[in-house]
Design a protein around this ligand. Structure first.
Ligand SMILES: [Fe+2]
Ligand SMILES: [Fe+2]
Length: 311
């Protein structure tokens, strides 16, 4: 039977939410806002694909895992919609950006075979444990000091991504089962993701005033950053003294290299997410959740708890 839990969330996004929700790190704020948009459309695609796959899964344990997986993902999408609705209230033009990104995934659902979509989901989900380990291992640097509602949304989501790290591959293996097919489709998965990221970056640049976003969203795109890094390494481009502080500034180079290597390894045909190194933070989050702490306001409730203990 699956060990995944469906948790009742208590996020409050009724009031305004700043675009730069972590004033110390506008680049990271942008990349998490973009993640909110991708979460909505990607997770919508997951729910449709897994529902389509379920009748083909005869093993009851795998069917239970698939059902819990899609329910966790549906909940993530719902919570991110609330985050986006709060941003759209301030920047109405972002609605069109969100709709265009959703259409891009809906189009994939309508035009590609189930095997391709399950491979896409398994490929992308496999990258999450190593990339989210990097973020959760450095949560104090990246999330603390930001808007607690937004920080808590991502901390919860990333912990559950680590929790269901094996689900997408279990479903893929049960329904498609061809390890090399996942590797073969990877270039088109990366291309599709790049298109979505362009839609989001252009939409943010068009609809959020520069003073509010603090970054040029186009320059935050990984392909642009990688091109610049290579040009600087080849001494074709001098470092820009006015460049935005990178999202991951302050994180040890060694940790970043390990994350990149593990992301690449996650795309090899016989990768087993169950064997991935896990972030210690996930255990801490789950322990506080089990204890009934207000994990939906991770930092403020932690502080309140400590103050209470002192008093
Ligand atoms: Fe998710
Ligand atoms: Fe996921």
């Amino acid at each position: 039977m699956t060990e995944l839990q469906i948790r009742r969330t208590r996020f409050d996004f009724d009031d305004d939410v700043p675009f730069v929700w972590n004033p110390g790190n506008p680049a990271f704020s942008f990349s998490m806002n973009a993640t909110s948009i991708i979460a909505i459309c990607f997770e919508k695609m997951i729910v449709a694909a897994v529902k389509e796959a379920l009748p083909q899964i005869s093993d009851t344990a795998i069917a239970a895992e698939a059902d819990a997986f899609l329910r966790q993902e549906a909940q993530h999408a719902r919570a991110h919609r609330r985050h986006m609705q709060a941003l759209i209230k301030t920047y109405p033009g972002l609605q069109e950006t969100l709709d265009t990104a959703i259409n891009h995934y809906d189009n994939l659902t309508a035009t590609t075979p189930l095997a391709y979509r399950l491979a896409y989901i398994a490929d992308l989900e496999a990258t999450f444990t190593p990339s989210m380990k990097l973020m959760l291992d450095n949560e104090a640097l990246l999330f603390k000091g930001g808007d607690d509602r937004v920080a808590s949304l991502f901390l919860w989501h990333f912990v559950e991504e680590v929790e269901h790290r094996s689900s997408a591959l279990i479903i893929y293996d049960a329904v498609v089962g061809k390890p090399w097919y996942r590797v073969r489709v990877l270039p088109s998965v990366v291309k599709h993701l790049g298109e979505v990221i362009s839609i989001i970056a252009n939409g943010v640049n068009d609809n959020v005033p520069e003073g509010d976003r603090g970054v040029d969203a186009g320059s935050m795109m990984r392909t642009v950053q990688m091109r610049r890094a290579v040009r600087r390494w080849l001494r074709l481009e001098a470092p820009d003294p006015n460049a935005t502080r990178p999202s991951y500034a302050g994180i040890q180079r060694r940790e970043k290299i390990i994350a990149v290597v593990n992301v690449l390894l996650s795309q090899t045909p016989f990768h087993k997410p169950a064997n991935s190194p896990l972030p210690e933070f996930a255990e801490r989050w789950l322990a506080r959740y089990q204890a009934g702490d207000d994990v939906w306001h991770w930092y403020t409730s932690e502080l309140a708890g400590k103050d209470g203990n002192r008093g």
